[in-house]
Write a protein that binds this ligand. Structure first.
Ligand code: FMN
Length: 236
């Protein structure tokens, strides 16, 4: 759909931007219930339970998360990523990226992050905060080799988030990467990195069409990575 200069939709009727945004409220559908008193002792298991529900409900892109970091000036930054694994017992959320990307540099300087997911069909949000640890290079290499050829080429091209001079420059770099990969299939992108967000707090938020949202927060009780979590409910 295109917008005219006065902010009205060019097709589909005279709708303003606020009408487009607010005309259909979020979560106006039947949503699952969530009983926090029956929640598991740790957030890792509850996350997996909700992940199973999301997959079974066919939530699109159920594995896509928003990762928030802070830059050198303390300013927030965020982008979406694919969640690659969860350490259920120790409550770590695993993602992969280039360590020389802006987020990689931000994490090197300030290894803390927030991760947020929203599964719209279920009206469920999960918020995770904690410290980020970069995995050893062997772990990153093994993860890299699980990737499709296209994903490996993209990673080998590198320079994520740098200014692109022109599409032709990218194509030339991708050709070089493709040839390198064909000659040496075991090639690992030098900046490829795997990180784990070790949660110190995780909130599970079950939306309700009548605003009686149910919120359960887990807080790690010690400094270490013990599986000891305090659970509290939060006002909606
Ligand atoms: C659905 C989706 C999945 C993505 N998955 C990843 C990912 O797993 N790793 C990654 O580095 N970037 C991923 N991206 C791209 C990032 O959102 C972002 O554009 C890129 O990592 C550069 O971020 P930065 O400049 O903050 O470092 C994904 C984007 C989308 C839309």
């Amino acid at each position: 759909m295109t917008q005219s200069t006065d902010g009205r939709a060019a097709t589909g009727g005279p709708r303003t931007v606020p009408e487009l945004l607010l005309g259909r409220p979020p979560m106006a559908r039947e949503l699952p219930s969530f009983d926090p008193y029956r929640a598991p002792a740790g957030p890792g298991q509850l996350f997996v339970d909700w992940l199973v529900d999301a997959v079974e409900a066919e939530v699109p892109d159920h594995q896509v998360v928003t990762l928030s970091t802070v830059d050198a000036d303390g300013a927030p930054d965020a982008r979406v990523l694919v969640l690659r694994d969860v350490d259920v017992a120790r409550c770590g959320w695993v993602f992969a990226t280039a360590d020389d990307s802006p987020k990689g540099r931000q994490l090197a300087a300030h290894p803390a992050a927030a991760m947020t997911l929203y599964w719209p069909l279920l009206g469920r949000q999960v918020r995770i905060r904690g410290e980020v640890e970069q995995a050893r290079s062997e772990v990153a290499a093994a993860e890299f080799l699980t990737r499709s050829p296209g994903a490996r080429v993209a990673a080998l091209v590198g320079r994520q988030s740098e200014v692109l001079e022109s599409p032709a420059v990218y194509e030339a770099a991708a050709d070089v990467a493709r040839r390198a990969l064909a000659q040496e299939p075991g090639t690992i992108a030098p900046g490829h990195a795997v990180y784990t967000l070790w949660a110190h707090e995780v909130e599970f938020w079950q939306g309700d069409a009548d605003r009686r949202h149910v919120r359960l927060r887990y807080v790690r009780s010690g400094d270490g990575r013990r599986d000891s979590w305090a659970r509290t409910m939060l006002w909606p």
